[in-house]
Design a protein around this ligand. Structure first.
Ligand SMILES: NC(=O)c1ccc[n+]([C@@H]2O[C@H](COP(=O)([O-])OP(=O)(O)OC[C@H]3O[C@@H](n4cnc5c(N)ncnc54)[C@H](OP(=O)(O)O)[C@@H]3O)[C@@H](O)[C@H]2O)c1
Length: 278
């Protein structure tokens, strides 16, 4: 699966010739980049570690003959959304994957100074929201584009020892579903992609810290996840790995979630009436 093309025949036509992978240096983000590049789409890769980004860029150019740009941006910085815009300025951007977002300390809320959590919130909420707001306007004006927001089973319920992680993932999940409702009529696809455990560098570091063998956690290969997400992008707003679209699980079945988001949106339209002109 790693480095093979996406299974959507009109992928490039639908999403344009450049993709931005935010958190695209290793693990799941790198597999998104490999699948996108294998499909003939150029990539802008963003993360903090420039040498890791540049090594992946070299690999993608050599294996797939695409153009690749890299930018070292810390998503915890206040100007990160603006920096993301600068990284893709002037390109025929059609796809954004917002992958960065893990918080793997396992610390309880009050064990840490608030500044620790504020940094996570800046990356997972502030930067994510501002960047996707900006890209939404760009895609809406072009009447095409796609955005994938990487979620987690932590999106669906509160969880001790992961309070800020689960809260920010819940936020991103609802935000993505709402963007889907508002942008789908304008030809823009949005997907909240949710899964339980992925075999990433971050996961491996946590397991090593705890002396837990990788085999015991049933981690999914990130290439499988990246392909599933890209293939599911036209069928938002949500895809939960391991659950059939017609699953009757009201939280995780893609079809039920779509109906729920549509029903809630229709309820808002009925309640508020036509939107005032800006
Ligand atoms: N791994 C799992 O088991 C699991 C399970 C459920 C959901 N998820 C979700 O899957 C996504 C990927 O998780 P992951 O395990 O690969 O860990 P991650 O720590 O989110 O790392 C993913 C990528 O994001 C980049 N990144 C992290 N913090 C950044 C920052 N402040 N600024 C810029 N780039 C940053 C990393 O590169 P640099 O370090 O070079 O910046 C890396 O390229 C996350 O959204 C996570 O919530 C993961």
């Amino acid at each position: 699966m790693a480095g093979t093309p996406v299974n959507l025949p009109d992928f490039k036509k639908r999403y344009g010739s450049w993709a931005l992978v935010v958190g695209g240096s290793d693990g799941l983000g790198a597999e998104f980049a490999r699948a996108i590049a294998a499909s003939g789409v150029n990539c802008v890769l963003v993360a903090r570690r420039k040498p890791v980004l540049d090594a992946l860029a070299e690999e993608l150019r050599a294996d797939h003959g695409v153009e690749v740009r890299t930018a070292s941006i810390d998503l915890e910085n206040e100007d990160a959304a603006r920096a993301l815009g600068t990284a893709v300025a002037g390109l025929d951007l059609g796809l954004v994957v917002f992958n960065a977002g893990a918080e793997a300390s396992g610390q309880s809320l009050l064990s840490q100074p608030f500044s620790t959590w504020k940094a996570i919130m800046r990356r997972n909420v502030d930067t994510l929201t501002e960047a996707l707001y900006n890209f939404s306007g760009y895609f809406k004006a072009r009447k095409r584009g796609g955005m994938i927001v990487i979620g987690s089973h932590a999106s669906f319920a509160g969880c001790g020892r992961a309070a800020i992680y689960t809260a920010t993932k819940g936020y991103a999940h609802n935000f993505a579903e709402s963007m889907w409702a508002e942008l789908k009529p304008h030809g823009v696809d949005v997907l909240s992609f949710v899964f339980a455990v992925a075999d990433t560098a971050t996961l491996r570091a946590v397991l090593a810290r705890k002396n837990v063998p990788l085999e015991s956690v049933n981690a999914t290969p990130p290439a499988d996840l990246a392909h599933a997400a890209l293939n599911a992008l036209p069928n938002g707003p949500t895809y939960v790995w391991g659950y059939a679209a017609d699953s009757d699980d009201t939280m995780r079945g893609a079809n039920i979630r779509r109906l729920t988001v549509e029903a809630h949106t229709n309820g808002m339209v009925a309640y508020y009436g036509e939107e005032d002109e800006a």
